[in-house]
Design a protein around this ligand. Structure first.
Ligand code: COA
Length: 183
């Protein structure tokens, strides 16, 4: 049986099979260490019985006042382990901790506008587009579909503290902001 456990610094020695993926960003070592030391309860690994890494999620808590929220910085599952509900379980855990430990108002994330699989997954989990961020990802250039490769959807899901659902809106795809307007 595979296990969902906290992300350890030594996991960086064995995440190549997961990170060698066009949709998955690889950050600097210091970036991961910052997350693991600051938000260890929002960083998890799914590990196979063979100890092979199946996927991971890293997140943080940030914002002021009613913008206080959990944030999914990266979630990824190795191709051979997809469609086993691993991402669903990692997202559920991050949402639970953001809700019950951090008392955030919502969870949010950024996703490339052309990452149809991930967008469909997030919508199925109750996330809505809050706004479109122009050129959030500035490294792919403008593709055939306009700026979908570079633009991000900022997607949000309200938590129990936001029972009035003030953190989401229905027309988010029509709200376009530039990258320097978001933190
Ligand atoms: C997106 C990703 C994390 C999904 O991981 P996963 O473990 O396969 O997802 P799950 O099995 O938990 O799927 C949850 C739901 O998402 C949807 N979904 C996931 N993959 C899908 C696909 N290829 N096609 C259609 N729907 C899909 C389904 O509704 C699924 O529920 P179901 O299996 O009960 O129908 C994985 O495809 C991945 O690592 N992609 C590359 C990295 C990436 O894009 N990360 C997100 C960046 S913001």
């Amino acid at each position: 049986m595979s296990i969902l456990r906290p992300f350890k610094a030594t996991d960086m020695f064995k995440f190549n099979n997961v990170n060698l993926d066009i949709w998955t960003e690889t950050y600097s070592i210091g970036f991961y260490l910052h997350y693991l030391s600051r938000w260890p309860d929002l960083c998890y690994v799914q590990e196979a019985p063979s100890r092979r890494m199946m996927g991971y999620v890293i997140g943080k808590a940030e914002g002021q006042s009613t913008e206080w929220h959990g944030h999914v910085t990266a979630i990824t599952v190795a191709p051979e382990y997809r469609r086993l509900s691993l991402a669903r379980k990692m997202m559920s855990l991050l949402e639970l901790v953001s809700d019950e430990s951090y008392r955030g108002f919502f969870v949010d994330l950024y996703v490339r506008c052309n990452n149809a699989v991930a967008i469909q997954m997030y919508e199925g989990m109750g996330y809505d587009v809050y706004r479109r961020v122009r050129e959030y990802y500035g490294n792919l250039g403008v593709g055939k579909g306009g700026r979908d490769e570079e633009d991000a959807f900022d997607m949000r899901k309200p938590l129990s503290r936001d029972s009035a659902r003030r953190s989401v809106r229905s027309n988010g795809r029509d709200i376009v902001v530039s990258a320097h307007e978001v933190s």
